[in-house]
Design a protein around this ligand. Structure first.
Ligand code: UD1
Length: 347
C-alpha cells in the first residue's frame, strides 16, 4: 500500500513510518516541522516532505497515488491555558477538515486517525450502591486537603476505577482533548459523506525513544525522564496513586499498521479503538521504575495538583484485540526502564 503519513517527522509519526516500511508499505511523509515539536532550522528527515495539512495544495500533492492516510499531525499536550485554544482548533480541527476534503477530491477512502484517551476525560468508576457511575467533579477544596480520589457522582461514597470502553461518552477537559473529539467527529462526517472507512486509535500515555524532552506540552514520562537527566528527582503530583497505562511507541506504531491493513475491510464509518499496554500502573510506580533504571534520585510525591488533571483513566485494550488483532508487546516495566537511557528529541 502507498500510505500518506502526516506528522511523519514527529515522535509517533517517525515510529509509524518505520513500522509501515518494515511491513513493505510505501510511505509518503508530510510534516510542517512545527516549532512546538522541532527546533528552528531542524532538517526535514529523509523521505518526508515539508508541508502543511491546513494547506489544500500541499495535501493534494501529497495524496497522489495514495491508497490510505495515517493522520498523526497535530498539536499535542494538554494546552497550557485558554490562549492555546485557537492553535489547537487551527492545526487539529481545521487541518483535519482540509485533509478530509482533499481525500474526497483524490478518492482516497481509508483513514487511520491518531486520537487519544483524553476524549473520555476522567475514567469510569463503580459505586458499591449505584453501580457504574460518573465520578463527582473534583473540587479544589478536596484536592487542597489531599482528598484526590473522586466520590460517586450520585451519593459521594468511595468508588473504584474500572476500564473505559470505547462506547464511553466524550468528556473532553482540555483544548487538546476538545480537538481530538472534533477530529473524530469530522472523520465520522467524512465517512457519511464519502462512504469512507476510518479508524480512530485512542492512544493511552505514549512513551519511548525519540519522545520530546521536557516542554510545557510534554507528557509526564518525558518530564520525569528529563528531570532524571538533570540529576533531579521526578516530582509526582497528588499522592502518586493515580492510574494510567503507559504504552510503548513501537506498540502504537504496530497498532497503526494493524488498523491500516484492516480498515479497508471494515464497514463504512468510524471505528474507535483504545490503544493501551493492558498493564496499568500508578504514577508513583512509573516514577520509581524510571528513577531506579536511571540510577537517579527517588521520586518525590509533592501533593501538587493541576485543574485539568483526571484521577484514574485506564482504557480497555479488548476491542483492539478482538477486531484488529492488536495486542501490545512491550511490558511497561521493561519499556520504561529502557526509556531511562533512550535518546530524547531535543527538538
Ligand atoms: C497524557 C498526555 C495527553 C495524551 C494522553 C494520552 C500530555 C501533557 N498529556 O495525558 O496529551 O493524549 O496522555 O496519551 O502530553 N504529573 C506529575 N508530575 C509532573 C507532570 C504530571 O505527577 O511533573 C501527573 C499528572 O498530575 C497526572 C499524570 O502525571 O496525574 C499524567 O499527566 P500527563 O502526562 O500530563 O497527562 P495525561 O492526562 O495522562
Amino acid at each position: 500500500m502507498r500510505v500518506l503519513v502526516t506528522g511523519a517527522a514527529g515522535f509517533i509519526g517517525t515510529h509509524v513510518s518505520a513500522v509501515l516500511r518494515e511491513a513493505g508499505h510505501e510511505i509518503v511523509g508530510l510534516d510542517l516541522m512545527h516549532p512546538a515539536a522541532h527546533r528552528a532550522q531542524a532538517p526535514v528527515p529523509p523521505g518526508v516532505r515539508h508541508g502543511d495539512v491546513r494547506r489544500a495544495a500541499d495535501v493534494d500533492a501529497a495524496l497522489e497515488g495514495v491508497d490510505a492516510v495515517c493522520h498523526q499531525a497535530a498539536m499535542v499536550g494538554n494546552g497550557v491555558d485558554a490562549q492555546d485554544l485557537p492553535a489547537y482548533a487551527d492545526h487539529n480541527d481545521h487541518g483535519t477538515a482540509v485533509l478530509l476534503a482533499a481525500m474526497g477530491r483524490a478518492g482516497v477512502g481509508r483513514l487511520v486517525l491518531a486520537s487519544s484517551m483524553v476524549v473520555y476525560g476522567d475514567g469510569r468508576y463503580t459505586c458499591a450502591e449505584h453501580g457504574d457511575v460518573p465520578p463527582a467533579p473534583r473540587r479544589v477544596d478536596d484536592l487542597d486537603a489531599g482528598r484526590f480520589d473522586p466520590g460517586c457522582g450520585v451519593c459521594g461514597a468511595p468508588v473504584t476505577w474500572r476500564h473505559v470502553g470505547e462506547d464511553a461518552a466524550f468528556e473532553p477537559r482540555t483544548s487538546y482533548a476538545a480537538s481530538k473529539v472534533a477530529q473524530e467527529h469530522y472523520a465520522s462526517a467524512w465517512c457519511t459523506l464519502e462512504g469512507g472507512s476510518a479508524v480512530a486509535l485512542r492512544y493511552h500515555n505514549v512513551y519511548g525513544p525519540g519522545m520530546p524532552a521536557d516542554t510545557p506540552y510534554s507528557g509526564v514520562a518525558a518530564i520525569f525522564r528529563s528531570a532524571l537527566e538533570r540529576g533531579q528527582a521526578p516530582r509526582v503530583f497528588e499522592d502518586g496513586q493515580q492510574m494510567r497505562d503507559f504504552v510503548h511507541v513501537r506498540d502504537v506504531a504496530r497498532a497503526n499498521l494493524a488498523a491500516l491493513e484492516r480498515v479497508g475491510d471494515l464497514a463504512s464509518g468510524l471505528h474507535a479503538y483504545n490503544v493501551a499496554s493492558g498493564h496499568p500502573c500508578t504514577l508513583g510506580e512509573m516514577a520509581r521504575i524510571l528513577a531506579a533504571a536511571g540510577d537517579g534520585p527517588d521520586p518525590v510525591v509533592t501533593g501538587d495538583h493541576r485543574p485539568y488533571d483526571v484521577r484514574h483513566v485506564v482504557a480497555s485494550p479488548q476491542r483492539a484485540y478482538d477486531e484488529l488483532g492488536f495486542t501490545a508487546e512491550v511490558p511497561p516495566a521493561e519499556g520504561l526502564a529502557d526509556l531511562a537511557h533512550a535518546p530524547l528529541r531535543t527538538r
